[in-house]
Design a protein around this ligand. Structure first.
Ligand code: AMP
Length: 177
């Protein structure tokens, strides 16, 4: 669990870490790969969401997924891209989040991934939470924590080593101002 004071200060920033759906580059699952290739090249994002006609989140597509199809024995060709739809190659097993305030889950997921897809309870695509936006929150926390709390180091009566560690950490023993 995230320590309460940490969560409190992060929420205090009142910044929205969600990039709303209308600002996110997406493709339709029935688009052919030539179109998707052009979109990905244009927007310069490594991976983008794939939706259906009703705005349901269906998966993710990246440039390497497409370029793999372009590599033939005879060289690189874009010919196969015209006849393949993105739904045939997209990544489908993608975790999503529908409680956007679940900071714990967001933090854990973004350790390994660049962004997290936010959906409603019916799997409608609502936006993404990116590492960059989360880092801005952490930056806010790092610079504003002592406006809200005084952090005191925890001393215990165990080994010298552990005490030293506690001094360095100094993250417990918080007094709300
Ligand atoms: P960032 O943390 O801003 O570097 O974004 C991480 C990843 O999220 C990018 O590599 C993209 O895959 C995705 N992403 C960020 N912003 C957008 C956007 N506006 N539209 C589509 N994908 C995005």
């Amino acid at each position: 669990m995230i320590d309460k004071p940490i969560e409190t200060v992060m929420r205090e920033s009142h910044r929205d870490i969600l990039i709303p759906a209308d600002l996110v580059a997406t493709v339709n699952q029935d688009n052919d790969l030539q179109h998707v290739f052009m979109v990905l090249t244009k927007v310069k994002y490594a991976k983008i969401p794939v939706l259906d006609n009703d705005n349901h989140f269906m998966g993710l597509v990246s440039l390497p997924m497409i370029t793999e199809l372009m590599m033939q024995d005879t060289g690189i060709t874009s010919r196969p891209l015209e006849s393949v739809k993105v739904k045939q190659i997209m990544q489908k097993d993608v975790p999503t989040i529908y409680e956007r305030d679940n900071l714990e889950a967001v933090l854990r997921y973004l350790v390994d991934e660049n962004f997290l897809v936010y959906v409603d309870s019916e799997n409608h695509f609502k936006g993404i939470i990116t590492r960059r936006e989360l880092f801005k929150e952490i930056n806010y926390l790092a610079h504003n924590f002592n406006k809200h709390y005084i952090a005191l180091p925890v001393y215990n009566h165990k080994s010298k080593n552990e005490t030293k560690h506690a001094k360095i950490q100094g993250s417990k023993g918080l007094i709300n101002r």
